[in-house]
Design a protein around this ligand. Structure first.
Ligand SMILES: Cc1cc2nc3c(=O)[nH]c(=O)nc-3n(C[C@H](O)[C@H](O)[C@H](O)COP(=O)(O)O)c2cc1C
Length: 353
């Protein structure tokens, strides 16, 4: 099992859903980054479950920075944040230990780790571990902001309901980063919330699309091949549980256009080289061209649902039925958006370092 990602900044996540703690180690941070504990708490609160939209397992996330910080600033040595798991109910998982939840990692984890995996609450595969990513990214987001780099994500589409497009990136990002349910159009937001509540009432779950923007990344960052910006960002996003698709800009549709329509003409504006359109989503040849980077990802419906499902008992090797207990999110998307922001922030810090 390998849990480290990144080059100039590497980050390692650890822990299990029902273990004593989860956490992150950030190695490669510059010294002198001011640590804003209120901001870390704010970011964690955006991931926290709430209301009928989320699992009833609510954790208050009282994080602790146990290394790499002194007198309120990073020291430059590895910075470690730990977050205790407090609200666990492991008995929910013992009865269904060998019944593979369809769409979850129970079966693949059992095959790979030969029964030694901690299965409680999804163990290391749980969305719970993403709290560590959010806490870690909250160290670098203020440093990115000082470099003029802003990152924001909204729920673009859910159950056939679409949010409005980004308009003014800067003000839209600032708005989203303070919203618990990240949509730009309030009416679309209400309709999405209703769709999640309806799915929850029906014992079911739903997924959707997130759209993120990275604004202010200067031209010339990234590598042509294996560490192309597309490769790094999509590698990171695909590491987030439940993300099943990544697209740069409107790539799948726009690639049907002709070259004369798709190509982004260059212009000089206020002395700066820009492109008039942004079909390439700010990246040419794996390297940033200075335009906003737009990334969409598909977040699948939560695997754990309360309807009876067909499955197998992988210990007995026989067909079975599964009716779940346990506490689960009827949708992951509204909690995953700050995880997406966080992953993009950690990778962006790596790229500019
Ligand atoms: C923030 C967050 C919360 C999640 N909550 C749940 C949950 O309550 N129940 C569940 O079955 N899966 C949940 N997941 C998704 C599973 O962890 C994920 O689907 C599973 O590990 C299988 O991985 P895969 O979907 O990438 O194939 C959550 C994921 C995230 C990012």
């Amino acid at each position: 099992m390998k849990n480290t990602f990144g080059n100039n900044l590497s980050f390692t996540i650890f822990g299990e859903s029902h273990g004593s703690q989860i956490g992150i180690v950030l190695d490669g941070l510059k010294s002198g980054i001011k640590i804003d504990e209120e901001f870390i708490d704010h970011q964690l609160s955006l991931r926290r479950p709430y209301g009928k939209l989320s699992t009833a397992r609510v954790e208050s996330d009282p994080f602790e920075i146990v290394s790499g910080a002194f007198n309120g600033y990073t020291t430059g040595s590895p910075l470690t944040i730990v977050i205790p798991n407090e609200n666990t109910r492991s008995s929910d998982y013992s009865e269904t230990r060998f019944l593979a939840r369809p769409s979850h990692a129970d079966y693949t984890a059992y095959v790979k780790y030969k029964g030694y995996e901690d299965y409680r609450g999804g163990g290391h595969f749980s969305g719970r571990i993403t709290a560590a990513l959010v806490a870690g990214a909250a160290i670098v987001i203020p440093a990115l902001k000082e470099e003029g780099i802003l990152i924001g994500t909204h729920i673009k589409k859910l159950s056939g309901i679409s949010d409005r497009d980004f308009n003014d990136y800067r003000s839209d990002i600032e708005y989203l980063n303070n919203e618990q349910f990240a949509v730009l159009d309030k009416d679309a937001g209400s309709a999405m919330i209703k769709a999640i509540e309806d799915a929850a009432a029906d014992g079911d779950s739903i997924g959707g699309h997130l759209e993120s923007v990275i604004l202010g990344l200067r031209a010339g960052l990234g590598e042509p091949f294996f560490d192309s910006l597309e490769s790094l960002y999509s590698h990171g996003l695909f590491s987030i549980p439940a993300i099943k698709g990544v697209e740069f800009g409107n790539a799948f549709e726009d690639c049907e256009l002709k070259g004369s329509e798709f190509n982004d003409p260059f212009s000089v504006r206020d002395g700066r080289i820009v492109t008039d359109t942004n079909h390439n989503s700010g990246i040419n040849g794996g390297i940033s061209n200075g335009m906003p980077i737009i990334i969409r990802c598909a977040v699948k419906p939560t695997p754990s649902i309360y309807k009876e499902q067909k499955t197998v008992d992988f210990n007995k090797n026989e067909d079975s039925k599964l009716t779940l207990k346990g506490r689960h999110d009827p949708a992951i998307i509204h909690r995953a958006r700050v995880v997406a922001d966080s992953m993009l922030a950690l990778i962006t810090y790596d790229v500019i370092s």
